[in-house]
Each structure stands twice: as C-alpha cells, then as structure tokens.
Design a protein around this ligand. Sequence first.
Ligand code: SF4
Length: 590
Amino acid sequence: MKMPGDKRMLFGYHGRYLRVDVTTGEARYVPIGESILRQFLGGSGLGARLLLDEGAAAADPLSPLAPLIFAFSPLVGSALTTSAKFAVVSKSPLTERINDSLAGSAFAISGKACGCDALVVVGRAPQLSVLVIDDGEVRVEPAADYGGMACGDTEAGLRARLGKSFRIASIGPGGENLVRYATISHDGRHAGRGGSGAVLGSKNIKAIAVHGTQRVEWAQPRELTELSRSLSKRSLGPATAKYRELGTATNLVTFNRFGSLPTRNFQSGVFEEAANLSPEELGAARGKTRAGCVACTIGCEHIYGLGKAGVRVEYESLFALGSLCGVGDSEAVLKACKRCDELGLDTISAGGTIAFAMECAERGWIDEPWLRFGSGDALWRALELIGRREGIGDLLAEGSRRAALAIGHNSIAIAPQVKGLEIPGYEPRALQTMALGFAVGARGADHNRSGAYEVDFSDKVDRRHVTLDAVRHAIDTEDKAALMDSMIMCKFLRGVFEDFYAESAEMLRYVTGWDTTADELRETARRIVAAKRRFNLLAGWTREEDTLPERFLTTPLPSDPAASLSRERLEDLVAEYHRQRGWEAGSPGG
Ligand code: SF4
C-alpha cells in the first residue's frame, strides 16, 4: 500500500506515526502534534502517550485490538553516541500493566527513516506473516516457512529474501507460542522484558522488516556535531570503564562478596560457584571479544567463546540462569543464555520462573523430580519445554506468578516477581532503596526504570536499613530513567554527565530548535512517569500491587541476617513514595 506523503516541518521528528492493521494490511500516517512530542519526546514517553490514546488499557494484551508500538526518538539518526535505540511499548501479557522494553540497533535508524516517529501495529494476520515497511510502502507477506525459526536465522533469511538494506526485528518460537515473557530481537539485541514478543506473536507477525530513506533535519547541525564529538570523547572516560573492560558481569562477583547475589530462588545471597561465572574466569577459559550497539562508542558487550560461535552475556542473564538456578557450570549457563536468545525468551523471567519451579519441585509441590537446583541439564530441558509450551513448560511459559497461582501451597510467597515481572539480580533485602523501586515500578520489578540500586551503593543511605529519606533519591533515579528512555540514551552514559538535565536540554535544543530548559525536562520526566501510572490505573492497578513477595518481608537474608526488610518498613516507604508523587488518592497527578 502506497502512503500519502503528508509530512510536517519539524526538526528531529517526522511529526507523525505509522499505524498498520495487519488483519487487512491497511496503513496510514497519523499526525502527532508538536506539543505532544515536546511533552513526551519519544521512546517510552511517546509510546506511553500513544498507548493511552489508543485506549489500550482495557484490551486483552494478546487480542487483535491490543496495539504494539515501536517508538523512536528525536535523537535517532544523529551522531550522538548510544542514540540508535527504540522502545517497544504495549500492555504486558505478563503483568497486564504497561510494558516498555528498549533495544539498541540499526532497526531504530531504519524504522525512523520510514518517515515516522513511531510504528503502531494492531490486528491479527490470517497466517504467520512478515510486516514489510519499505519507505512509503507497507505490505503483509506470508511467512509460514519461518515458523519455529530462531531469531537470528529469521533475520538472515529475510534479509536474503528482501535485500540487505532491510533491518529485521523478529520473534523466536517463544513469541510464536505466546510465552508471556517472549522477546523481540534484532541483531542480537533484545527488547526483552514483559513479553512484547508474545504480543507480536499474537498478531501472527513473525518479523517486521524496515527500510527507509527519509531523514529528519537538525535545528543546529554544527552545534550538534560538536556536542556529539565531545560526548563521544567523554564516553571513553572513567565513568564507563567498568562496562568497557569487564562488562556488567562484573556485578556477579561484587554482589557475591556482599552476600547479596540472588541464589537458588533468593534462598541465599552467596553462590559458592560464583567464581566460575566471573568475567575474568569466563574470559580466561573461553576467550572474549567486545562489541557494541550501532552508533555506540562505549561497546559494553562481552562475547564469550561457546563452540564455534560466541554468546553475548550480561550480568542479568548470568545471575538468572546461573546462581538463581544454582548452576555454576559456565558451559551450561552460557548455552542456556544462547538458547534463550534463539528461542526469543527474556533471560531474567525464564531463569526466575525455572528457579521458582526448582524450589517447588524440591518442596514436593510439583511432581517434576528432574527439576533440581544445580542441574545444567534440567535448565536446558526446562527452556526447551517452555519454548514449545510442552509438559510443565506450558505452565512455566505463563511466568512465576501465574504458575504459583496454579500450583497453590501458597507458593506465591516465594514466586520471585512484582506485578508478575520476575525480579532482576538485586537482592531487595540487602538493597532496600531498590526494594522500593521494585515495589512501585510501573512494569513490575525493574532495574532499568528505577536505578535505585545506585542510591544503595552510595553514601546517601544505609542500604540494609533505609529510612524515608531514601524515597526522594529513588524518585530521582526513576525520573532520570524516564527521561533517558524517552530521549533515548543508553543508561551507561549516565555517569558521563556533569549536569544531566542541563546537558539533555542542550541536546534537545540542537536537535529540535525548542528552547528546552533543564527545569522543563524535570517536569517532562515526571509527566512520563505519571502517564505510565495513569495507564496502570486504567488497566486496574490497585495500591496492594506495590509490594514484594512475602519471602522478602518475613525472612531475613540467610547469608546476611542484618539484611532484613519488614512489611511495615516497605509499606512506609511505598506510602511516602505515593505522597511525594502526589498519588495518595490513587490519582497519577500531572
Ligand atoms: S553502552 Fe552497551 S548497551 Fe549501551 S548503547 Fe553501548 S553497547 Fe549498547
């Protein structure tokens, strides 16, 4: 279908989104007012606003009515380091609340070059299909021959079929089989959390292929180039050295030393085999190469040797498929990481749900005697069953909250999730500002939408005995994350800025020509957080959801008994958070 070229003159933006109904193949550009762009910017913010406009809160997230939004940002296509990112925003099939997951890749650049600031997909194709967006032309092509194919193979196959200029975001078997924590992948990067892959799978869309030539103009190109050079230079300084040299995996050793590495479904904070999974050990045993997202000067990706190929490994995958499942065999853990990438599964939710099932099996609550902590074979078998939704895998594909409700025995008390989203690798009892961040997170337990763990590792709080003073710091990290996810910039840049809001405002001025100020961006960040809360309220959020599983509120961390978080203390923190946000009566404000 050829699109009319209705484009408005803006800097940094196209001023419209592309809405495609894959049931019929009908597509149209829809204008976005400049004031909406200025208020919500792009990425997570613009996605949240469009999701509200689409009335998505009431929809079943896996129904044809539910929109899936790919939101680009004003910085995409510029020379600013780490800016080639996109957000995938929808109602989560895992949490039934808002979900925004981000990925960095050339898909962002090519998608925006299709002449839109966002892509909104609704409907359900009559058969497994690929959505092709070729500049001004949209078509839905049958793709039954790609059924069951891994993400990387789908991408390679479609580029061979359509041409190398296309960039492909695809789902694996997990998304096709509606695993509620399936990912959308491109070029080995994943929009990972919350199940956006299942939403795409429910639309019978195996992949989206984009190719475009429509570039935006920059308001002050010379100043933007100078700023890009300066930011790139600073991005190679000490603030990012940790990510470049060892990668995020270095957290594993640090947390284990503190006695707060989540181990065997959060039953301990010490993993006796942690050294096997350290970046130093992995690098020495297997060899390592470094890589990065397109348009990034930092290059935090560490790819370890595995067979003929390598596997890209982050701390979160190592913890979830390693210590959380009690597996210290690095070969088994790396294979599991790779298998999740192929199946298109979020490693945190996959590991969290399997670790929960292992504990249930050991307690005799489910009759799966093979499912034991420490077994690499069990980890592999569970992933295969989940990807195919076979046997116990059909239940585990629902995530730990739904699985617990089906298993009974009050197993919900040990299901490692908040609002249904499995908890990342930060022990809430030992990092109590992070515990608050998890409890109030709009998409559930989330270390990317709240950077509260940074507060715990600072001298601002006593991380095992936080007081109400921690709340304002937690809010500050949540606001900054909302802005970064909407501009969009990589979080690993955050230590590079001397004055985050002022420098962000400068970037936006050069890109858009707006007279943006630091204070305006503080307000923008709060508005975006409030928009997500508004969505959740419309979707049925209640105050009781802002909490943690019973285990964390009744049992001190065995490896560090001083790390104890009572229900009363968490409730006080959450109440203070709502008060400072102006949400006491349940209103999102703003
Ligand atoms: S720092 Fe890492 S995650 Fe961030 S943009 Fe660069 S390679 Fe991607």
